[in-house]
Design a protein around this ligand. Structure first.
Ligand SMILES: *Cc1c(COP(=O)(O)O)cnc(C)c1O
Length: 427
C-alpha cells in the first residue's frame, strides 16, 4: 500500500489533523511555477512582467508568497485588493482588472497607488480621470480590448470573442467605444495610457489561441499608430495557460505559450515598424491549480443498478466547478494510490457526489477509483484553482481550512469556518 503524500506530508494524517474537506497546497510546486515564469519568460525576454491572477486563489499567505517570489498581482475587487494591501504587497506591482468596477473599487485603487488600472468601459475611464485629477496624480492605465478570437475552451471561460462582456471591440471608427476612449485618455493630463490588454480565455492548451489574440492586437496597435500617432508601450496578454488533470501528466510549459507569442511580437512589430511594447502576462490557474489537492472523506456509497454514488463530506460548496462548467477531475484513495481501479464489468458508472441539496452537486461524473468504503479519504488532484476562491457556504456548510505543505511540514493558513462564522453578520 502506497499512501499519498503531498509536499512530503502524509495526506491521511492531514485529514485527521485538520479535518475534511481540506484544501492542501504544496508551496514547493507554487514556487517552482513562479521560478519557471521568471527563468523562462521574464529572464529570457527583456521588458516583461508577470502578474498572478488572484481570482484563481488568494489568501493573505498566498499574497505573501507571490510577493516574495517577485511577481505582481492582478486583482478584480475590493476584497482582493484589500487582501494584498493588508500584507504589504507593493501597490505599484498590482493591477486592477474587472468589467464592472464600482466607484469604491476605482477609488481604492487610485488612493492606494496601484500600478495599472485596466479599463473596460468608457464610463469607467471618465471616473478614473476625475478621481485621478482630484488627487493630482497621473494614473497609469491600459484599455482592455476583445480581439475577436474564439478560444478552444468551454464557452463560460472564453473571453476574447467580439461579443464578449469583457473588453472593447477593436473597431476604431469614429464614434466607437475604443475610438472615444483612446482620444479621451490621450487628451487627459490625469491619465497615462500605457497601452492595451487582452485575455482570450482560460484553461488553454493550444498556444495558438493566445497567438491569434496577439496577432489581432498588434494589428490594432498599428492602426492606433497610424490613426492617433499612439505608441503602445505596454501590452498585457492575459492568462489562460491550462492545468493538467493529475501529476502523471506532464504540465504545460510556460515557454510553450510565451515563446511563440514573443516571436510573433518581435516579427510583427518589425513588419509594421512598431516599438516592442513591454509584455505582461497574468496566469492564475497554471500557477496554483496543480499545486492544490482537496481531501474528502467518503460518507457513504449508494449502489443503484449501473450507477454507484460515492458521497463525500464536501461538494459544490467547496468546489462548484463541475456544476458550473463540467470541469474534469481525477481522484485517488489516499491510503493506497496504487490500488487497481474497481470495475465490476457490468458498465456501472461511479459518480463522486457532494452533500449539497442539488442533483448537480457532482465532483466527478464518471470516476475511475479503487473499491472504496465509508470512511475512506480521497484526494481530488488539480483542484487548487477556482475552488477555495469560488467556494460558498451553501447549505450553511463551513468553508474548509487551507493548509500549506512543503518539505514534510504542514501549516494552517486559513482556519475552517466555525458555526459562529456562519452567523457572524446576522442580526
Ligand atoms: C481569469 C483571468 C486571468 C487568469 O486566467 P487563468 O486561466 O487562471 O490563467 C487573467 N487575466 C484576466 C483578465 C482574467 O480574466
Amino acid at each position: 500500500m502506497n499512501r499519498l503524500t503531498w509536499g512530503g506530508v502524509d495526506c491521511l494524517k492531514l485529514a485527521k489533523e485538520f479535518g475534511t474537506p481540506l484544501y492542501v497546497f504544496d508551496t514547493g510546486i507554487i514556487k517552482s511555477r513562479c521560478r519557471e515564469l521568471r527563468e523562462t519568460f521574464m529572464e529570457r525576454w527583456e521588458n516583461t512582467m508577470v502578474r498572478y491572477a488572484s481570482k484563481a486563489f488568494l489568501v493573505k499567505e498566498m499574497a505573501r508568497l507571490i510577493k516574495s517570489e517577485g511577481l505582481g498581482l492582478d486583482v478584480v475587487s475590493l476584497g482582493e485588493l484589500y487582501t494584498a494591501l493588508q500584507v504589504g504587497f507593493p501597490p505599484e506591482k498590482i493591477e486592477m482588472n474587472g468589467n464592472a468596477k464600482s466607484h469604491e473599487e476605482i477609488s481604492l485603487a487610485i488612493n492606494s497607488g496601484v500600478g495599472r488600472i485596466i479599463v473596460d468601459h468608457p464610463d469607467e475611464l471618465r471616473t478614473i480621470e476625475r478621481l485621478a485629477r482630484e488627487k493630482g496624480i497621473k494614473q497609469k492605465i491600459l484599455i482592455r480590448v476583445a480581439p475577436g478570437v474564439d478560444a478552444h475552451t468551454h464557452a463560460y471561460i472564453a473571453t476574447g470573442a467580439t461579443d464578449s462582456k469583457f473588453g472593447l471591440p477593436v473597431d476604431i471608427s469614429e464614434g466607437s467605444m475604443l475610438n472615444e476612449s483612446i482620444k479621451f485618455a490621450m487628451a487627459s493630463d490625469s491619465l497615462d495610457l500605457r497601452g492595451l490588454h487582452f485575455h482570450v480565455g482560460s484553461q488553454l492548451f493550444d498556444p495558438d489561441d493566445n497567438v491569434r489574440g496577439l496577432e489581432k492586437t498588434i494589428e490594432l496597435m498599428k492602426k492606433l499608430k497610424d490613426t492617433f500617432d499612439f505608441t503602445t508601450r505596454e501590452l498585457n496578454c492575459g492568462g489562460g495557460l491550462g492545468a493538467v488533470i493529475n501529476p502523471s501528466v506532464p504540465p504545460v510549459k510556460c515557454a510553450d505559450f510565451t515563446d511563440p507569442m514573443m516571436k510573433l511580437l518581435y516579427s510583427d512589430c518589425k513588419k509594421y515598424g512598431l516599438e516592442i511594447p513591454k509584455i505582461i502576462i497574468e496566469p492564475g490557474r497554471w500557477v496554483i491549480s496543480e499545486a492544490g489537492i482537496t481531501l474528502y472523506r467518503v460518507e457513504n456509497i449508494k449502489e443503484l443498478p449501473k450507477l454507484t454514488y460515492i458521497a463525500v463530506d464536501g461538494g459544490m460548496a467547496d468546489n462548484p466547478r463541475y456544476a458550473l462548467y463540467q470541469a474534469e477531475y481525477e481522484a485517488v484513495n489516499v491510503e493506497d494510490i496504487d490500488a487497481p481501479i474497481y470495475d465490476p464489468g457490468d458498465g456501472t458508472k461511479f459518480s463522486v457526489v457532494g452533500k449539497c441539496c442539488e442533483s448537480g452537486d457532482v465532483l466527478i461524473d464518471d470516476a475511475k477509483l479503487p473499491k472504496l468504503k465509508a470512511g475512506d479519504v480521497i484526494a481530488l488532484y488539480n483542484s487548487g484553482a477556482y475552488t477555495f476562491s469560488m467556494s460558498s457556504s451553501y447549505n450553511r456548510l463551513q468553508r474548509p481550512a487551507v493548509v500549506f505543505v512543503e518539505d514534510g511540514q504542514a501549516r494552517l493558513v486559513v482556519h475552517r469556518q466555525t458555526l459562529e462564522d456562519i452567523i457572524r453578520n446576522e442580526i
